[in-house]
Design a protein around this ligand. Structure first.
Ligand SMILES: Cc1cc2nc3c(=O)[nH]c(=O)nc-3n(C[C@H](O)[C@H](O)[C@H](O)COP(=O)(O)OP(=O)(O)OC[C@H]3O[C@@H](n4cnc5c(N)ncnc54)[C@H](O)[C@@H]3O)c2cc1C
Length: 416
């Protein structure tokens, strides 16, 4: 088979390149950015995604740079504990959950790519502008990123568009798709260097979107002589308007800190913690309706290009990683790439569409919504009087089933 052409050296594109290389399928990666920089803040890798990366031999490299997450904890905005559950290895999974800086995750993938696939197979500064195909292969068109000068079209056996939320290949197949769907919630995010809190590896969700919700978790351990961690934080608030999606858009503390001004918990002084942040970014919680079709003969989409989702269930990066695994398996199973891409879509489109839709309505933080509604946003005496533990467990387990991250799903086929 000719080389498979991968557009985008993000999390999905690099994972795909590594899985293809392991399977003996040659590929080349084309990335618009002129350098891979450690941009972004934190992401979580659930055990289902860590399994794929462990199969690629990357588990130790990830463990060295990530925090091995121990537990999820949910609080109301008064700091009262609602629910606590163990995660990853601490919950008896065979694979850990990692909380990690997106830049560190990408660096682990990139280092492995350079050693295994070869640095000469990554082309930086190549912005894909479209693709054509015929019975024998694909022809992918590029411009030089920055000055828009033409670059030579690249031939390959298939094109896998891993070009993220603004995918040009998705647009090529769906030119009239229209604007993304806005959830009504804006998100501010950043990282703060801070002493360990709670277990030192806790993923905290607190408050609720109507008045202000936070997600807080450490992503790097022992970053200085004082033993501080790099801690990722996200503030989400109901907001009528949003600005275009841009992962790097700077945000302003004053636009949201009022919502959490009185969050002084015994384990964290939230306003002080936010004021100490190294960076503040702004991103709207938007997604796109699931697509009716991904694969068009020798061209398909993967990761955010295929299923952009609101980041509410730690599945954005993970599902791109699972896509990559399945697609590589299908390209091994079928000598005909057209058939492989169809089978990949058959295994992944419906599953990920369900996650996109569930993230809109019932991600794990539905636990917070239930308590917010049932208490009328007031402190409670005893959580058992508000909601039964079984109900909380059911909300959490329901999401795990949809996203394929339950123990049962992982114990199954050996594949997502
Ligand atoms: C700069 C950046 C920062 C991010 N920060 C966070 C974060 O803090 N938290 C979080 O949860 N998620 C973040 N994400 C998104 C997260 O990486 C994805 O949701 C998830 O990992 C799915 O990965 P993906 O490979 O589908 O997309 P991405 O990881 O977004 O990768 C897409 C890649 O395609 C490249 N690309 C785009 N258009 C073209 C083109 N026309 N031609 C060639 N290459 C192209 C992009 O530069 C990027 O490298 C960020 C993404 C980016 C690009």
């Amino acid at each position: 088979m000719d080389d498979v052409i991968i557009v985008g050296a993000g999390i999905g594109g690099l994972t795909l390149a590594l899985t293809l290389h392991r399977a003996g399928i040659a590929c080349r990666v084309y990335e618009a950015a002129d350098a891979i920089r450690p941009v972004g803040v934190g992401v979580n890798l659930l055990p289902h995604a860590v399994r794929v990366l462990s199969d690629l031999g990357l588990r130790d490299a990830l463990a060295r740079v990530a925090v091995t997450t121990q537990e999820a904890v949910f609080f109301n905005r008064f700091g009262q504990l609602i629910y606590r559950e163990a995660l990853g290895r601490f919950a008896g999974f065979d694979w850990p959950q990692f909380s990690i800086h997106r830049g560190d995750l990408q660096a682990v993938l990139l280092d492995a790519f350079k050693v295994r696939v070869g640095a000469d197979r990554l082309h930086l500064g190549w912005r894909c502008v479209g693709a054509d195909q015929d019975a024998d292969g694909v022809s992918v068109r590029f411009c030089r990123a920055g000055d828009d000068g033409d670059l030579p079209a690249q031939r390959g056996a298939a094109l896998i568009a891993c070009d993220g939320i603004h995918s040009v290949i998705r647009k090529q197949f769906y030119p009239g798709e229209g604007d993304p769907v806005y959830s009504g919630y804006n998100m501010w995010r950043g990282v703060t260097r801070w002493p360990p809190f709670l277990s030192g590896a806790s993923m905290v969700r607190a408050g609720w979107l109507a008045t202000g919700k936070m997600v807080i978790y450490p992503i790097r351990d022992a970053i200085d002589a004082d033993g501080r961690q790099l801690v990722n934080w996200v503030v989400e608030i109901e907001t009528p308007h949003y600005k275009r999606r841009d992962w790097n858009r700077p945000g302003r503390l004053d636009d949201f800190i009022g919502a959490v001004a009185d969050w002084h918990f015994d384990w964290l002084d939230v306003p002080a913690f936010l004021r100490a942040s190294d960076v503040v970014l702004e991103f709207p919680m938007i997604d796109q309706d699931p697509l009716p079709r991904w694969s068009f003969d020798r061209i398909t989409v993967l990761g955010d290009a295929a299923h952009p989702m609101v980041p509410r269930g730690s599945n954005g990066a993970g599902q791109a990683i699972l896509d990559a695994q399945v697609l590589a398996d299908m390209l091994v199973a079928h000598t005909d790439p057209v058939r492989a891409l169809l089978d990949y879509e058959a295994q992944r489109r419906e599953v990920t569409s369900n996650i996109v839709l569930t993230n809109r309505k019932n991600p794990p933080d539905a636990i917070l919504r239930e308590v917010f509604l049932r208490t009328g946003d007031k402190p409670f005496e005893r959580i058992e009087d508000v909601i039964a533990r079984e109900e909380l467990v059911a909300l959490s387990d329901g999401y795990k089933r949809v996203s394929g991250s339950s123990k049962e799903a992982l114990a199954g086929s050996g594949r997502p």
